[in-house]
Design a protein around this ligand. Sequence first.
Ligand SMILES: C=CC1=C(C)c2cc3[nH]c(cc4nc(cc5[nH]c(cc1n2)c(C)c5CCC(=O)O)C(CCC(=O)O)=C4C)c(C)c3C=C
Ligand SMILES: [Fe+2]
Length: 461
Amino acid sequence: MEAASLSGVLSYTKLSSSNQCYSDDRFSRRIASFSRHSSNGFNGVNKPSSKALIKGPFLSDGLIQRRNLHLQAICGVGVYTLGENDDVESHHSHAMEEKIGVLLLNLRGPETLKDVQPFLYNLFADPDIIWLPGLFKLLQRPLAKLISFLRAPKSEEGYAAVGGGSPLRKITDEQANALRMALKAKNVNVSVYVGMRYWYPLTEEAIEQLVVLPLYPQFSISTTGSSIRVLQHIFREDVYLSRLPVSVILSWYQRQGYICSMADLIKEELERFAKPEEVMIFFSAHGVPDSYVEDAGDPYKDQMEECVYLIMLELKSRGIGNDHTLAYHIRVGPVQWLKPYTDEVLVELGQKGVKSLLAVPIETLEEIDMEYKHLALESGIENWGRVPALGCTSSFITDLADAVVEALPSAKALSASREAAEETNYEPVRYLVKLFFCSILAFVLLLLRPKVVFAFRNHLH
Ligand SMILES: C=CC1=C(C)c2cc3[nH]c(cc4nc(cc5[nH]c(cc1n2)c(C)c5CCC(=O)O)C(CCC(=O)O)=C4C)c(C)c3C=C
Ligand SMILES: [Fe+2]
């Protein structure tokens, strides 16, 4: 298992659809609601921290070298904590007796169609999602606005087809509850938090140790990485949090429990076909731009390929030797994304005479069923099946609970106090220069708007 401590849980706050102002780069504004599933059944929202972050509104990260360093720091093998202050004692003993919190990180999709554009804005305003070079970074927010408006109609169509909103929040809440129960069954009493907003209940409840569990099996800079980065900043702001022993589970795609649960689901769905042995197993994963992998060393592609290999190995050990393919969906903007692309592969498979196909989505993207099923059937595939999401499958949740227990001994304070962080990060002159350039560029962009809109529209649709 790969694990580390904090730094980005909050991008799930960032991706919140409910309030566009969270996209403001000040982390304090990103702290919105967060819900808790604890033994006493409380599930509430608290007011935001009054301790706003003092950092300048533009984060200084973004350079590829820095990203590489960041990745080196957080992609180690084994349970690893990101504590920056080596003086802080690591807590290896009595973990079970301490008051433990588990923080689940997941993307919070738009809950209604009205939320789609603000959700997209928050997503594109994230410097870990859209990387702009040099001074172009100053355009992040105006560009995010523009792209979100252009992309919104296509996204809305997708969400309208699945009931008008993302099911992720509900699924994550259910998983939180199931995980708490699974840990209780192992005699580990925890409070499980979802989303990571309003950090203060942790303080109020005197949580003594925290495990951060992103609900992404594979690590990517744009998901777990982004979240961890933001979380780390937030923790620096608070004396209590900066000392809290924390471990982060960076990825869990290779865990036996996850692999076996996926194999179980695939086997079950294969059996529904008239000739299971002739079915092509089609893994479809969310894409990332090529540059994430090529230039910044994002391990996502390698981890995805290894994950598919392990699932197929498990199936083979059960006597299932079907053909399989891995492709990537979601492309945004005029850059190369991981290939092969799901839509292209489906057409090719149909043309090659594949008649039966079982889609295995690695994330809960409902468009697999809508858009891609339609495309597959049009391309000559006759029998379509789809593996359901793992959701609260008990073998899967039990394995996540084991992952939490295994991560406990490695918890270590995040530390690096706010004062220290400010010294290194708060640069008022730099901030003012950026603000100045940003205003000019935003103004120019507004003047050019019709042309820019036209150019982007061609790429986005
Ligand atoms: C713009 C770039 C994007 C990157 C990079 C990216 C990485 C990434 N995302 C997920 C998981 C999910 N993404 C989801 C929706 C979604 N993602 C993007 C863009 C990027 N994602 C967009 C524009 C959207 C909205 C849908 C659309 O317009 O097509 C979802 C679905 C959430 C839901 O509402 O249910 C998930 C899950 C991963 C794992 C990842 C990097 C590996
Ligand atoms: Fe995405």
